[in-house]
Design a protein around this ligand. Sequence first.
Ligand SMILES: [Zn+2]
Ligand SMILES: [Zn+2]
Length: 341
Amino acid sequence: MMFSRLVRLDRVLDFFTVWNMATGIAVSTLLLTATPASSQPVPGSLDVHWNEGASDCNATPQEPLQVHRYEAQTFILRQSPCADFEANFIYLLIGSDKALLIDTGAVADPKPMPLAKTILELLPEKNHQKLPLLVVHTHRHLDHRAGDPQFASFSSTQVVPFNLDGVRAFFGFINWPNGIGHVDLGGRTVDVIPTPGHNETHVAFYDDRTGILFSGDFLMPARLLIDDAAAYHESALRVIDFLKTRPLTHILGGHIELNAAGRAYRFGSHYHPNEHRLELVRADLTALPAAFEHFNGFYARYPKYILTNPIHNLLAMAFIGVTALIFIVWGVRRLLRRRCG
Ligand SMILES: [Zn+2]
Ligand SMILES: [Zn+2]
């Protein structure tokens, strides 16, 4: 989510950007020619209880990273709510030539969060070498890329830049946010769909092997933090249109912030008792445009997500605060005048 860290970083030319430009490793991108998946999605299991953190993390040591095997070539990793309140979900998709890691989570330090080491162990070998790894991000908020530096020393790993220019260039978007990018993993194609609105760099990933949409912070059982409502609405329509002719098994996002009853945990909480299911369904996506059309610009609660514009809410609170202050000052001056007069 990262509202607290909504810092404009798009002008930061980081190490990975430079590295990627230097290597110029090509990704298979072909705009506007996405073809629907023809075969049935490979089934998988979401029979898992995600680590819910603890009310006292110090008293209850947690495994930092939970690894769930959805099917033989698809892994879901969840960072413990005790390691970071964002408790990000990270996804590893394995093809026959290459593997794809979607997001690197909220924790940079490999000591408390051995993400790269865990991913390396999960990667299969081909010709006596670990499969090459491509690291991508749903968007540039720090909780989705803090683990990037852990992959810097990996020889056959490429980390895609997180700034907008880098994302557009890498996936070959010439008319952002229109068009669809493609990543070919070998016998498995992942489509890249621009979904700005929560953040201008946001993309969602559709996997033709499993029929899963990896939706990041665009759609999840959580607070959907709105940066640009019009762009968000357009993104919802774009994804609905893209999926019209494709099978959709699950929508898997970046966080869970609601309990099973749809109530949000306190912001920053390390304890998520009785969490909402991670997976959402097509109906949750198709309901999104109408939710935006009826949005009051501040806050709206739905059973599976909460729409909220943090900037508007802050401005409203500031306005209420200033109005209250003016009223108090006026009241005190009036009281003093009466007493002294
Ligand atoms: Zn996030
Ligand atoms: Zn975010």
